[in-house]
Design a protein around this ligand. Structure first.
Ligand code: PLP
Length: 365
């Protein structure tokens, strides 16, 4: 008979289940007063305009509202300087990423990734039936190996994925490097989830190239991670194609109204960007000054910390910080990273101080 499993698709059956935030998140999710530095969330409450919009929107929870999200797409268009025909809204940028692989990858097609990167990618590629081809980034600072990526392209290659600022390192790809990738006869996905925190974004390349698909989100700088609003920018032809994959009402009405309110409050965004830049600079400087720890310059809302003291591992450090109510994320053993690492999300200044104090104490022993 072969049991129920014979009905499963092997490509899905063999995929891993993604665990956002790692083990500490699962263990300590309920500890609201602990310092949450493990998931690259915003430390700030959403804009007061968002709170107001949500309160109002809940009264219409019984409606099937606009499934094309015209008003939200216009608000996003205004924010990024593109026409709304070039924008599609998703349930977080995660949904968009999934739609892209389901839309473009046939069984056995290849997608090029550069490790270390966001670990969700290989899972979604596998679920879509594709094969990840991984080009390691170049040490010591984990830059993209553009020659290596171009060399790996073959007739089965459909997509190259670039995450910039890259999670977990925080570095960014240059315009010149992106342009070399865009000259190839493949689709290039540029994930700018952390774009707001960077000095410079490359979103504008979507005005010059028709093989680029950009994904962005309101989860990070706008502080709406729990409401799940992301979007993609591409040619109207690609947007029309992806719209066929999108399920109706994929984003709920309350989140849509919250997102419109969030995008209208540019003062809030400016303040968040400033605070995160200050906190990032503080963490970078103070952690680099601790014996046995090194950090990488970051353009995201997080810093990657390399542990160079042989007696300390990423696991040790993650748990010792948790003993002090600071939750971070071990990155040791993640694809493409050589050595012992943890990643720390930039939080409010009080929380950043608490983390640095804890690190100093642990590393002194
Ligand atoms: C690089 C990157 N892309 C995309 C996402 C997904 O964000 P969301 O689905 O909340 O928009 C994350 C979340 O941490 C991320 O790190």
């Amino acid at each position: 008979m072969g049991g129920i499993k014979k009905f499963f698709k092997p490509s899905i059956d063999e995929a891993q289940v993604y665990s956002p935030g790692g083990i500490l998140r699962v263990l300590y999710q309920q500890r609201q007063d602990w310092v949450r530095m493990m998931s690259n969330e915003s430390p700030f409450e959403p804009s007061p305009r968002v709170l107001e919009a949500v309160e109002e929107a809940i009264h219409k929870a019984g409606w099937y509202y606009d499934s094309d999200f015209i008003e939200l797409r216009e608000a996003i268009a205004d924010y990024i300087g593109f026409e709304s025909e070039r924008i599609l809204v998703g349930n977080g940028s995660t949904e968009i990423i999934d739609m892209i692989f389901r839309g473009f990858v046939n069984s056995g097609d290849e997608v090029i990734l550069s490790d270390p990167t966001y670990p969700l990618y290989p899972i979604r590629i596998q679920v879509a039936g594709g094969k990840s081809v991984v080009i390691p980034k170049i040490l010591p600072d984990y830059r993209w190996d553009i020659d290596g990526i171009i060399k790996a392209i073959n007739p089965r290659t459909k997509i190259i994925v670039v995450v910039s600022p890259n999670n977990p390192v925080g570095n960014t790809i240059t315009e010149g490097e992106m342009k070399r990738l865009l000259e190839q006869d493949v689709l290039v996905v540029l994930d700018e989830a952390y774009g707001e925190f960077a000095d410079k974004r490359l979103t504008y390349l979507a005005k010059e190239h028709d093989n680029i698909i950009i994904t962005r989100t309101l989860s990070k700088a706008f502080g709406l991670a729990a409401l799940r609003i992301g979007y993609t920018i591409a040619t109207p032809e690609i947007i029309n194609y992806l719209t066929k994959i999108k399920i109706p009402f994929n984003v709920n009405y309350i989140a849509v109204q919250a997102a419109i309110a969030a995008l209208s409050d540019r003062e809030y965004l400016k303040r968040v960007k400033n605070e995160i830049a200050k906190g990032r600079e503080y963490l970078y400087k103070e952690i680099s000054a601790i014996d046995g720890l090194e950090t990488f310059p970051s353009q995201g809302n997080f810093v990657l910390v390399k542990i160079t003291k042989p007696s300390v591992t990423g696991t040790n450090l993650e748990w010792k910080l948790a003993d002090r109510q600071v939750l971070t994320r071990k990155y040791t053993g993640k694809a493409g990273l050589i050595g012992e690492y943890i990643r720390i999300t930039v939080r409010s200044m009080d929380e950043n101080h608490k983390c640095v104090e804890a690190l100093r104490e642990i590393m002194r022993k």
